[in-house]
Design a protein around this ligand. Structure first.
Ligand code: GUN
Ligand code: ZN
Length: 430
């Protein structure tokens, strides 16, 4: 049995740190080791102890770098890799002018396959080992992303977008085709290898009532699938949604009345919420997803992380490429920190790194498999260097604690700080 021993400074989280003094929340080993076998972490602990348990393991010495669980991106659009940095629009114009035309190209299976390979490369280059992804409306786009992820043994949660109105005809399906294509994709990919299916009505504006009925049927037929959509991102979007659904109590009520809420439901953005919506999120155990770089880029608004936490709601955090501007979960934390600063809230570096690893995994109900470096979990690992750029190295000359080092990574880090990414134990960077 081939074994690999990774040596380095090991950091893994057990629960969300209350503050910097909450040392029970994590384990940090200055000279630690992870023993990998068949895509799993089979042992984790001090190097001297783990080394004694194995004679044949090939050793990779990553000192002085940090070993952490691979990052989890909770909301990203696979067919928007060429939409990133499209100028000058807020949500609805941005969708019509840039996004729908780019997504139309994914009708072509060859284009979808080529882009799926580039997309997965970009994720792992930035230290992301699991993503929750929207594909385009076309079945071919989901086929391509699942197939590429399977070939890399990468954990991927994805779904074909359901959208049958109020977009361009090239990106419309029908209620029946959205049901049939989702069904076929679930049968082929869900729960195979490291793949999960997410039933994906894009948002209320682009689905007819008949299509939301189909989404309800899919959720009833497949309660173990995830659900992903968008919620209350932008004022014009909310006004248009209320115009289209005059009978709804509020935006969330639309999804609620079609049975789409629950602990496996991820709602991108969730910025401008009414009190009843917050109560319903808490009551159903549904999860908002904070998308900081996107919310700033599209001028959408400020996510109230502290307010939602106080109501017992667990949110994910994500890039939202291509409304988001960086694939890096480090840059996502950077902008997230600033959004919370504007609301007199804080995001401590220990909480930040817990969020993009263990806490995102917990939102998915997958923290027994990903998001930590515990023995028995999957060997998705990122190797980080807080000295990656001259500016970071200079700043690090005055960093004395682990928390300071993490904060440098959080504010200044990007793909250059990612020395290596392991997916199911296999190194992805040359
Ligand atoms: N709402 C509906 N579709 C989208 C999308 O592709 N990106 C963002 N940011 N919001 C959306
Ligand atoms: Zn989105």
């Amino acid at each position: 049995m081939t074994q690999t021993l990774l040596r380095g400074r090991v950091l893994t989280f057990h629960h969300r740190p209350r503050d910097a003094s909450d040392t029970d929340a994590y384990t940090y080993l200055e000279d630690g080791a992870l023993l990998l076998q068949e895509g799993q972490i089979v042992a984790s602990g001090p190097y001297a102890e783990i080394r004694k348990t194995t004679s044949e393991a090939a050793e990779v010495d990553h000192r002085p770098h940090l070993l952490m669980a691979g990052f989890i991106d909770m909301h990203i659009h696979f067919p928007q890799t060429q939409v990133v940095a499209s100028w000058g629009a807020q949500l609805l114009d941005w969708l019509n002018n840039y996004t729908f035309p780019a997504e139309a190209d994914y009708v072509d299976a060859q284009h979808s396959r080529a882009m799926a390979s580039r997309f997965c490369d970009l994720l792992t280059d930035h230290g992301t080992t699991t993503a929750v992804a929207f594909c385009s409306v076309h079945k071919a786009s989901a086929e391509a992303l699942f197939s590429e992820s399977a070939s890399r043994n990468m954990r991927m949660i994805a779904g074909k977008t359901m959208m049958d109105r109020n977009a361009a005809p090239a990106v419309h399906d029908t209620p029946q085709s959205s049901y049939d294509d989702s069904k076929a994709l679930i049968a082929e990919w869900h729960d195979t290898k490291r793949l999960s299916y997410a039933i994906t009505p894009r948002f209320a504006i682009t689905s007819s009532l008949e299509q939301l009925e189909m989404a309800r049927a899919l959720v009833q037929d497949h309660p173990d699938c995830f659900v992903q959509t968008h919620l209350s991102e932008n004022h014009a979007e909310i006004a248009e949604t209320k115009r289209l659904y005059p009978q709804a109590r509020d935006y969330l009520d639309i999804y609620e009345s079609y049975g789409l809420l629950g602990p496996r439901t991820m709602l991108g953005h969730a910025i401008h919420l009414e009190d009843r919506e917050i109560e319903a999120l808490a009551a159903t155990g549904s999860h908002p997803v904070f998308c900081p770089t996107s919310n700033l880029f599209l001028g959408s608004g400020l996510f109230d992380d502290g307010g939602l936490r106080a109501r017992g709601i667990d949110s994910g955090i994500a890039t939202d490429i291509g409304g988001g501007t960086s694939y890096s979960m480090l840059q996502t934390l950077n902008e997230g920190y600033k959004i919370l600063q504007l609301q007199d809230q804080t995001l401590h570096a220990l909480q930040a790194f817990d969020w993009i690893t263990r806490a995102n995994a917990s939102v998915l109900g997958m923290d027994d498999r990903i998001g930590t470096l515990e023995a028995g979990t999957e060997a998705d690992i990122v190797v980080l260097d807080a000295h990656a750029t001259p500016a970071m190295a200079l700043r690090m000359e005055r960093a004395e604690t682990l928390a300071e080092e993490l904060f440098v990574l959080q504010m200044m880090g990007d793909d250059r700080a990612v020395v290596q990414t392991y997916v199911a134990g296999a190194p992805q960077k040359p």
